[in-house]
Design a protein around this ligand. Structure first.
Ligand SMILES: [Zn+2]
Length: 236
């Protein structure tokens, strides 16, 4: 299962927390060092990032992340198993139509690992990475070396469409910092229909997910984010 780990969530939160800096170049070119302040100007729009792609299944254009498209992640499972997992980090660009017309939204920081987990009956499950390859219609022989998987993904970069399940996820940094996370509260709010133990369900209003979400534990305003959480077979 690809899940949000804390470092990714921190990166995402940092990205959304930082105010966008205006391009300073035009002012510098002026050669003018006076400062103007418009005290009547409306306050800049602020507030949490609002997800734009409603949860569901969408075709997406696959692209590798610019920084660290491939990595080997090492972590321990709750059962104490040490995992070294070859992982691809990718973007997914989805076309949607909203009130303003058609537009493209790029979902960042999607992660698909190639570790094969086994189910309760000991059957090997397809890895998330395997599911991604299948979704991108990349056909490789069994037991393909990592370098070849990498190459196939590089050849598909910004060229091949896949299909993915979009969910919204938000993480409460305040709860983490104040040590409110435990087995019953992971700090994660998710639209996934089957949330993991400790995750909270994303709230709905009139049958639709609300776009702005608050932490169910401490009430902090959270930044929701789209994530590709599963992959689907390409449509014929
Ligand atoms: Zn909280």
């Amino acid at each position: 299962m690809a899940t949000l780990d804390e470092s990714t969530l921190d990166t995402m939160n940092n990205l959304t927390d930082k105010p966008a800096l205006d391009d300073p170049t035009p002012n510098m070119l002026n050669g003018d060092d006076t400062i103007d302040v418009d005290y009547d100007a409306p306050e800049r729009a602020s507030g949490p990032y609002v997800p734009q792609v409603y949860p569901g299944v969408y075709p997406f254009l696959f692209a590798l992340e610019d920084d660290t498209p491939f990595e080997v992640r090492e972590y321990d499972t709750k059962k104490g198993e040490h995992i070294r997992e070859f992982t691809v980090n990718h973007k997914a660009t989805i076309s949607i139509t909203d009130a303003a017309g058609p537009k493209e939204v790029t979902i960042r920081f999607n992660r698909a690992g190639f570790h094969q987990w086994t189910d309760k009956n000991g059957n090997k499950l397809n890895s998330q990475g395997g599911e991604l390859l299948r979704s991108l219609n990349i056909k490789l022989p069994p037991r393909t070396p990592q370098a070849q998987v990498k190459q196939a993904l590089q050849e598909s970069d910004s060229r091949v469409m896949g299909r993915g399940v979009v969910n919204w996820e938000a993480y409460c940094k305040a709860c983490k910092e104040d040590n409110r996370l435990d087995a019953t509260w992971s700090g994660i709010v998710s639209t996934k229909p089957r949330t993991k133990k400790g995750d909270a369900r994303w709230p709905k209003e009139h049958g639709r997910y609300v776009t702005e979400v608050k932490c169910p534990k401490c009430g902090a305003e959270l930044n929701g984010r789209e994530r590709i959480t599963d992959y689907r077979l390409p449509q014929e």
